[in-house]
Design a protein around this ligand. Structure first.
Ligand code: ZN
Length: 319
C-alpha cells in the first residue's frame, strides 16, 4: 500500500508530481451510462468502445492536453480498470472521481438511507486511502457529488455531509453536480461540515449563467466550473459574456473549464466536439475577446493543479 502524501496528485496509474498535470480538463466522462435507471428519460451515456474512447482522448493529447478528470461514479458506469488501460495506452493522465452521484442513481446495495453519515464517510475515506476494492486504483477527487433537482434531498444531504467529512479528513478537493442554481445549497451543507470552500468546485455553473448565482459561489471562496463548454444546449454567447465579466471582476483563480462529454453525439467521431473543443475553438475565442494567455494558463493549468493537489492531513485507515 503506497501512501499518497499531502501535496501529491493521485491518478489511476498512481501518484504523480503536481507539476506533471499540465493542461487539464476538469470534468469529463470516458465511460458513463445513465440510461439504465427505470422511469427516467435522461439518455446520457456513451458507447462502450475502448478503441474509440482511446482515439478521442488521443486527439486531446495532440492538442497539448495532458490530464483528464473523469467524474463518472459507481452506479453510472465508473470503470477504474478501463480508465487505467486508456491512460496507459494514450499517455494522458486520468484522475478518477469517487462518491455518489445523485439520488436516483445511488446503487441500492449502498443502502444510503439506512446508514449514518459517518459510516458513509468512512467507506469513502477507505477507498481514497486504499483504493477501489482490490484494484489498488485510487481516486484523486471526491465527485461529482450531485443533486437531482435544484434542492438537496434528504439522502443527498446525507451523502453531501459524508463527502464533506471525507474531504476534511483526506484533503482531496470536492466537485459537485448542480444545475439551475443548486450550488449555493450544496455550499451551505459543506460549510456546516467544516469544509474549506476553496477546495470545492461547483459543477455545471455555466448551466445557470446568472451573475448573482456565480458571485454567490465566488464570494464564498468556491470555484465555478464552466464545464459544459461546447454543449449545443448552452447559449454560448451568453456563457462567454458571463465568463468575460467574471474575469474582468478578477475571479480568474476561481474558474475552471471543461466539456462534460457524456453522450455519443459529444464525441468527434459522431460529429460532436469531443475533448478538443476548448483547445481548438473556445480558447481562441477567449483570446480574440482580449483574454490574455496568462489567464488561459491560470484556468486550464494552474487552477486544476492547485485543486487536484491533495492538501491537509492524510488519514490512513488500516484494512
Ligand atoms: Zn459530469
Amino acid at each position: 500500500m503506497t501512501n499518497i502524501g499531502v501535496d501529491q496528485v493521485m491518478t489511476v496509474t498512481g501518484p504523480i508530481d503536481p507539476s506533471e498535470l499540465g493542461v487539464t480538463l476538469m470534468h469529463e466522462h470516458l465511460y458513463i451510462d445513465l440510461f439504465k435507471i427505470s422511469g427516467r428519460y435522461d439518455a446520457a451515456g456513451m458507447i462502450d468502445d475502448d478503441d474509440l474512447i482511446a482515439e478521442e482522448v488521443s486527439l486531446f493529447k495532440a492538442e497539448g492536453g495532458r490530464s483528464i478528470v473523469e467524474l463518472t461514479l459507481p452506479g453510472i458506469g465508473r470503470a477504474p480498470e478501463r480508465l487505467k488501460a486508456i491512460s496507459e495506452r494514450t499517455g494522458v493522465q486520468i484522475v478518477m472521481g469517487s462518491g455518489w452521484y445523485r439520488e436516483p442513481y445511488y446503487p441500492a446495495e449502498d443502502r444510503i438511507d439506512r446508514r449514518t453519515v459517518d459510516d458513509i464517510a468512512t467507506e469513502l475515506i477507505d477507498e481514497i486511502e486504499n483504493g477501489w476494492r482490490d484494484t489498488g486504483i485510487r481516486p484523486g477527487v471526491i465527485g461529482e457529488i450531485g443533486i437531482d433537482k435544484n434542492w438537496v434531498s434528504a439522502q443527498e444531504e446525507r451523502v453531501l455531509r459524508a463527502c464533506g467529512r471525507a474531504q476534511v479528513a483526506t484533503g482531496l478537493y470536492l466537485n459537485t453536480h448542480a444545475v439551475r442554481g443548486g450550488g449555493l445549497a450544496q455550499l451551505a451543507v459543506l460549510l456546516e461540515e467544516g469544509v474549506d470552500l476553496s477546495r470545492v468546485v461547483i459543477g455545471h455553473a455555466d448551466s445557470y449563467p446568472l451573475l448573482d448565482y456565480h458571485l454567490g459561489i465566488l464570494d464564498a471562496g468556491a470555484t465555478v466550473a464552466f464545464d459544459n463548454i461546447g454543449d449545443p444546449r448552452l447559449h454560448e454567447g451568453r456563457v462567454l459574456r458571463l465568463l468575460l465579466d467574471l474575469l474582468e471582476r478578477g475571479f480568474r483563480e476561481q474558474i475552471v473549464l471543461s466539456h462534460d462529454v457524456c453522450y455519443d453525439h459529444s464525441l468527434t467521431a459522431y460529429g460532436g466536439k469531443g475533448y478538443v473543443y476548448l483547445q481548438r475553438e473556445f480558447i481562441p475565442k477567449l483570446i480574440e475577446a482580449g483574454v490574455g494567455e496568462d489567464t488561459v494558463q491560470v484556468m486550464t493549468v494552474d487552477n486544476p493543479r492547485r485543486l487536484i493537489t491533495r492538501r491537509g492531513r492524510s488519514t490512513r485507515i488500516p484494512r
